[in-house]
Design a protein around this ligand. Sequence first.
Ligand code: ATP
Ligand code: MG
Length: 412
Amino acid sequence: MSSLQPVRGTHDLLPDDARRHRKVEETAFACARRYGFGEIVTPIFEFTDVFARTLGETSDVVTKEMYTFADRSGESLTLRPEGTAGVARAFISGGLAQSLPLKLFYRGPMFRHERPQKGRLRQFHQVGVELLGVESPLADVEVIALAWRVLSELGLASKVRLEINTLGDAESREAYRNTLVAYLSQFRDALSEDSRNRLDRNPLRILDSKDEGDRRIVENAPLMSDSLSPAAREFFTQVTDGLHALGIPFILNPKLVRGLDYYCHTAFEFTTTELGAQGTVLAGGRYDELIATMGGPRTPGIGWAAGVERLSMLVGEVADEARPVSVIPMGDAMAAMVVAERLRRIGRSVEMGFSGNMKKRMARANKVNARFAVILGEEEAARNAVTIRDLDTSTQDEVPLAQLEEYLGRLL
Ligand code: ATP
Ligand code: MG
């Protein structure tokens, strides 16, 4: 064990990464608030059942990816691999059925034991939303509009593409399942082992297979859209009409299925071609039976989750909004500390050099992208003044110490 290495698939966010990360999170939350969502913070671990029962016994997440452990009292706990199950659990245990509709935003780390690669980590972060208690397709439209707003405000509108599909209602899925199994069974021996196993337990998932051979077979598979009940078809039409009305571009992807068992009706993903194989940045769908499956009152729901690391990679450099002031003491360092404190008191961000000659300190001021340098030279000190240099224009003024806040306040 090399205990001083980060655990495989985890990473540290150093200040530049963390700033990008925050920007993604804050943008998502600010947009969500505009759509009437409030934040929910649920625990990072839950009883294993919360995930095992809801995500589906055959889903990849449950069969291969969960971080499950027995705690000191022998209770089986799992680090959350996604956010929806925990929110649904909170809804049930908190008795929130009285306060529908409910609009919830969450953010934070998720844990999946996957093969780490670019854009695929074992501890990663998501932002996500859930809208509970609305049966109408208008909810689907609003939740997708929110996703589009977040991506647009992050400057990613031209880099992502919305793909959408319907998984229909229970009746449509049952009909489709039969049609699909009949088709795929002809190729049983040619299917990958994973897909052969799914044929009986979860055939829809085969549509999502990454295996080349599977993909060729799936190419000609019958489509969900041919098995839709009139009601499910009408529901989906209203969703796509709504997207048209709001001017949100999308493409229909009849092969789009989601990895987890609890989805019905609308399924969607925002994908990009700029991140290689890990191209899905945001994904979601409707889950009308999830809460009932968990033992709560039947409550329709729709939501999505976005991968913060993948979005951060697309967003690129994010500058610190407020450029600091560099305070540069040439004589009395404690006097400089007092000046720095005065500026921080009025809300300025101040970089205070601890050592070095003038040249080194000016280099440092440039490195931190300071807007102004406040130089405390010995001569000015004798006059109870400081020099304030505008680092963009290289002009400078001598300013009486007593007018420091006023002078900088006018400029910044
Ligand atoms: P993928 O197909 O990439 O495995 P998924 O279907 O497992 O994704 P979801 O459970 O829908 O993903 O999670 C929503 C989003 O969270 C994904 O679109 C992705 O951006 C992000 N995400 C999921 N798993 C990881 C991971 N291991 N590392 C980083 N981001 C992830
Ligand atoms: Mg996955």
